[in-house]
Design a protein around this ligand. Structure first.
Ligand SMILES: Cc1cc2nc3c(=O)[nH]c(=O)nc-3n(C[C@H](O)[C@H](O)[C@H](O)COP(=O)(O)OP(=O)(O)OC[C@H]3O[C@@H](n4cnc5c(N)ncnc54)[C@H](O)[C@@H]3O)c2cc1C
Length: 385
């Protein structure tokens, strides 16, 4: 592992930062407030090869890894244009299908996921299971060679923009006990699938939904990978999800710190710009250190993942997601404080990030569940549940 990015990675970082700035947070917030999607941003990012940078070249991807995809996520977010669906479509679903899908599934889905023409949502969370995925009850039963899928999901992002959803269920034979997940690709126009939009307070062009799967009939080839070896298949997607959650939060922390430092360099109410007062400069310096530390752990997680060390990547990805979530929440809060009254206006565009910054503490896995994981796995402490 090197602490220095390659020339290619530096170029990619520069290109994504320029691209993100060409849209900027004003565009992103206007779209969100109008209840619209950032379709042109997504499509252009796809054409430029940013969305599928981690996916295999033979299926239209960029042939790089999670390091590069998280770099794209971070720079988009740092430019005020975080694309939440990058966490699910290329990072989770693209990874799972390209690692465990059949040749037909790869050819059917990966090129579109890579160029952004297909968006695939991801659904694991259920109302009665929450953080405890072992309690999910979405169940698939066989009918001839078909599958019939029934259940409910909640907080599923981007269903209205997606052509398909990767749904985590379990088969009838594995209905109870520790989760043996079975993963199904469900087209969003499948009969029996319906959804309601959940009203969120997050200012975002991407929405969350409650899903109802009512005897959704799927062909045999909707199943991705093996029906009972799927815990490893699921985790192949969940470590990238955590790395991307960290990348989004690191980017958001950088966005907030940049906004605040620009402002406090020129705002003057006494003899010097307010940025000279240590009550303002020290917290921002602390935020910068915390965000950079979280970024380092995120880069370690992505590097381990790309090297195939899934165990090491899991610990680092959890730590990175935790650290980035905490650092970005504090950075956004301090940025609002640094701007005084302007921090709470729509014009300055920082208050809108307050609620969004909390997301990294809750999803895709809450900070408490990460602390449980680290306590049990890294420290060997007993479980409370
Ligand atoms: C904006 C947004 C987008 C999302 N997108 C998706 C998506 O696309 N797909 C998807 O599948 N899901 C998605 N989610 C769901 C997300 O992953 C869950 O909200 C998250 O896993 C927490 O589950 P929960 O909300 O049911 O909280 P709960 O499980 O009810 O937890 C509530 C609180 O209790 C704490 N808690 C629970 N158990 C323990 C314990 N054993 N020890 C200590 N504390 C505990 C939690 O940490 C949390 O603070 C999204 C959520 C949000 C908010």
């Amino acid at each position: 592992m090197s602490f220095i990015e390659t020339d290619e990675q530096k170029e990619l970082r520069k290109a994504v930062a320029q691209f993100s700035a060409s849209y900027g947070e004003k565009y992103y917030l206007e779209k969100a407030r109008a209840g619209e999607h950032t379709t042109e941003l997504w499509e252009e990012a796809g054409k430029l090869g940013f969305i599928g940078v981690n996916l295999p070249e033979e299926y239209g991807g960029g042939g790089a890894g999670m390091y590069e995809l998280s770099l794209v996520m971070e720079e988009m977010s740092a430019g005020g244009c975080a694309l939440l669906l990058m966490v699910v479509s290329p990072a989770i679903n693209g990874t799972i299908i390209s690692k465990f899908g059949t040749e037909e599934q790869k050819q059917r889905w990966i090129p579109g996921i890579a160029d952004g023409s297909i968006t695939m949502a991801f659904a694991i969370t259920e109302p009665d299971a929450g953080s405890n995925s072992h309690r999910i009850t979405t169940t698939a039963r066989r009918d001839g060679s078909d599958w019939i899928l029934s259940g409910q999901k909640v907080y599923i992002s981007g269903v209205d923009q997606a052509q398909a959803i990767l749904v985590v269920g379990r088969t009838e034979e594995a209905k109870t006990g520790n989760l043996k997940p079975a993963l199904f690709i469900v087209p969003t126009d499948a009969p029996g699938l319906s959804w309601n939009k959940i009203d969120m307070e997050i200012v975002s062009p991407e929405n969350q939904f409650q899903l109802f799967l009512d005897d959704v009939r799927l062909p045999a080839d909707a199943l991705v990978g093996s029906e009972d070896a799927a815990i490893a298949q699921l985790f192949a997607g969940l470590n990238p999800e955590r790395i991307m959650g960290a990348a989004s939060a690191v980017g958001m922390g950088r966005f907030a710190i940049n906004k605040a430092t620009d402002y406090v360099k020129t705002r003057q109410v006494w003899k010097t710009p307010i940025g000279a007062h240590q009550g303002i400069s020290h917290p921002l310096a602390q935020n910068h250190i915390e965000v950079e530390l979280a970024k380092l752990m995120m880069q370690k997680a992505a590097t381990l993942y790309d090297l195939g060390d899934d165990g090491g990547a899991a610990e680092a990805a959890n730590m990175a997601k935790y650290a980035a979530g905490e650092a970005s929440v504090r950075a956004v809060d301090q940025a609002v404080q640094s701007l005084g009254g302007n921090g709470l206006t729509k014009e300055y565009g920082i208050a809108s990030v307050l609620v969004a910054s909390r997301l990294a503490r809750i999803a895709p896995v809450s900070r408490e569940m990460i602390l449980n994981f680290i306590a049990q796995t890294s420290l060997g402490l007993p479980r409370s549940y």
